[in-house]
Design a protein around this ligand. Sequence first.
Ligand SMILES: [Zn+2]
Length: 205
Amino acid sequence: MSTIQPLGSNSNGISVVEGGGGVDRPKARAAVRDLFEALRVDLSAPDLLDTPQRVAAMYEELLTPKGFNPTTFPNDDGYDELVLSKDIPFTSLCAHHALPFSGVAHVGYLPGKRILGLSKLARIVHYFSRSLQVQERLTKQIADWLETELTPRGVGVVIDAEHLCMTIRGVQAAGSRTVTSTMYGLLRERDATRQEFLSLIGARS
Ligand SMILES: [Zn+2]
């Protein structure tokens, strides 16, 4: 599970989000080779020669969060309506099977004293996606990050995703989707604000 290291703050007093790294590539390649060999896969076939290297590189990409500097701006105009990024596409790996789950995240907040750069809502979704995840935890981590770093008057995060571990194996429930949400502050407490958020993201309420 990735964590945000509070290694420094930018000029806004908000923590710089540190990226991952330090992957042991030779060990990862050897481990993938061992796994396939144990599964009786013949890796000497021409098209499989580089497969351990490719699989290791793929997991490195999917499990290494990218750091970023979360720019914020003073809310000088006193904007007090919802700020919402909807349909942010993401892919993560499920903690139980290391199979992808993917879909969209809707992330909104009611600004307090500061406003976050808009692209940063997608960046924080992608940041927390890059680890072995549970959808419920991913949803809460995004909401907690906004709550802690931005101190807004409300936060709403809804994630709607399809889990390959449910559609290609096990119950094989193709097309089924899992929806999770975390709401804080006025989005949790004030019915009208919550309804507005849900209707903006196109959810039935
Ligand atoms: Zn799973």
